[in-house]
Design a binder for this molecule. Sequence first.
Ligand SMILES: [Ca+2]
Ligand SMILES: [Ca+2]
Length: 103
Amino acid sequence: MADDRICGGGVSGGGGGDRGDVNGDGTFNILDVLLAVRHILGIEHLEDDGLCLADCNDDGRIDVYDVMGIVDVILGTGECAPGTRHAKLGPEALEFHGYDPMY
Ligand SMILES: [Ca+2]
Ligand SMILES: [Ca+2]
């Protein structure tokens, strides 16, 4: 079966962790975001379960959408789900609207 998903279809497969819980410690926090970001930047590559759990939207690749998805989970504003693009936290939301550098 042609399938580019990293986890082979098992959302909670691999090490038994929840998608977005990149380090599999049972909690969602900044460490999971950092691991995903470091993977994207090529600083430290995830392997096996980490790759699977970091693919928040189950599209077969780890990218900024997964990072935003994990942030959504941490903030309680969303969840990791197949195909999710987390538009709420898309590039537009990351612009500094009204940002005052003197603040
Ligand atoms: Ca974690
Ligand atoms: Ca992904």
